[in-house]
Ligand binder design. Sequence first.
Ligand code: SF4
Ligand code: SF4
Length: 168
Amino acid sequence: MLKMFIESLKNLVSEPETIKYPFAPSPEPKGYRGTIHYNEELCIFCDKCENICPPGAIKFVVVDYETGKKEYNYNPYLCIYCGACVRECPKAEEGCLVQVETRTPPLGRSVPKGKELGYFINRIEDPKEVESKWREIEELNIKTKEEYKAYKKAKRAQKAAAKAKSEE
Ligand code: SF4
Ligand code: SF4
């Protein structure tokens, strides 16, 4: 009886177990596989995350052919939260790619911002632009990668020619 009384008192002063949905958003459960966060400082630009991503939600654009520096572009509206990119990333344990426990809100009047989301979404001002701007990123991804490949090939040829000349 006393136990029941204490339990009732505890319930009277504790927070309710229920949520006020639809007036308050329903929280994601512990361990929820949500949005992908990225840390450029730890990235080695190996492209493994891009290559494994089923819907193509990660696209790198090469911005410096000399150093091989690339910009990470992530489209959270294409992401299916499968986590494959994180599993594939050789630097994930250090925190280069992390799957957080919150999802990206549906495309509304604004888009989420933050360094951890990469370049693409941070450059979007109007949510209506997401689709068309993503197509531009996809084109740039192909174009700059082809150019980078050609650049590296030309550099190798230059090096080989210089070596051959020095051995004459
Ligand atoms: S979680 Fe899956 S869909 Fe999302 S970016 Fe990573 S690999 Fe792509
Ligand atoms: S797999 Fe990891 S290290 Fe490689 S490019 Fe992607 S984020 Fe960078």
